[in-house]
Design a protein around this ligand. Sequence first.
Ligand SMILES: [Zn+2]
Length: 83
Amino acid sequence: MVRDVPIEESLGLVVKGWRSTDEGLFLRVQGHQEEVRLISGCGRCHWIVREQYRAEGPKLVVTCHGCNEQMTYAYEGSGPAVR
Ligand SMILES: [Zn+2]
């Protein structure tokens, strides 16, 4: 099961894992059974993903391919096994 979530409603998600596919970016998030698919304000769901290891804790930074909208989440986990 997948839940489509607009980017503006995704603030504060804690990401446990992610995968990027032809259908978009899917996140596993704390407290949710379903995977979350992020929808940008421009209607696209394809994102550039960067894992950042900061002093205050790991972050996942996503940037929209279409409009460069950006969001940062707390990140607890590891990304795809293949990098
Ligand atoms: Zn966009």
